[in-house]
Design a protein around this ligand. Structure first.
Ligand code: DX5
Ligand code: ZN
Length: 214
């Protein structure tokens, strides 16, 4: 099995005052998806962008929006983010633990591909029974909340575990990914790599992005 490698620059590291140009720059560099980090200041101690900005990005984007929701009560927001233009929607398992099945159903009902994200301390065992229903698992390689943190290699075993269980969907990794550790992510079984700081701060984004494909 070999899924296509998807590189998703994280807009969190872009210049928010020139978002349309930054979308263009990522697309010209060969990005597959725009990774859009939505933070609510509650599930994570940081605030980023919300619905109006996702809608605005959607109007300018020429590639799919990979929307990573770092929000409390994700069940309440599925439909609105789908309508705003998310092409892939991921919510955090930890934010939905109390009503995981209902949350998953609500996301699936949007008709969009659905991912479930796990922070470094959260194992993937709770997802095992649901893997057949998931389009993507997002294995965080930093604690969600901020860009520019260091990659945590200990989460690679979760990626391997998911593939050993036979998961054939996308496995995305997010946090601290760069041209050096991307090969380890891909060989562990991930096929979608998010990178914010590394790509948006690169001297040559296109070269940095191609280098991540291994
Ligand atoms: C962190 C976000 C990431 C972040 C990645 O909570 O989910 O998508 O933007 O940024 P870097 O690549 O700088 O770690
Ligand atoms: Zn993210």
């Amino acid at each position: 099995m070999s899924l296509p490698v998807q590189i998703a620059p994280s807009l969190l590291a872009s210049n928010f005052a020139h978002l349309a140009d930054e979308l263009q720059r990522a697309e010209a560099a060969g990005a597959n998806w725009h990774h859009v980090d939505v933070m609510d200041g509650h599930f994570v101690p940081n605030l980023s962008i919300g619905l109006p900005v996702v809608s605005a990005i959607k109007k300018e984007a020429g590639i799919p929006l990979d929307v990573h929701l770092m929000i409390e009560k994700p069940i309440e927001w599925a439909e609105r983010y789908a309508e705003a233009g998310a092409d892939i929607l991921s919510f955090h398992y930890e934010a939905a633990e109390a009503n995981f099945e209902a949350t998953l159903e609500t996301y699936k009902a949007t008709g969009k591909p659905v991912g479930v994200a796990v922070n470094p301390p959260c194992g993937v065992e709770p997802l095992r029974d649901y893997l057949g229903e998931l389009d993507m698992v997002l294995v965080m390689s930093v604690h969600a909340g901020f860009g520019g943190q260091s990659f945590m290699p200990e989460v690679l075993s979760k990626v391997q575990q998911l593939r050993e269980w036979g998961f054939t969907g996308d496995i995305e990794m997010d946090g601290g990914i760069n041209g050096e550790n991307s090969a380890d992510c891909l060989s562990a079984g991930a096929n979608a790599l998010v990178a914010g700081t590394y790509l948006f701060r690169a001297d040559n984004m296109s070269q940095a992005l191609s280098g991540m494909r291994g």
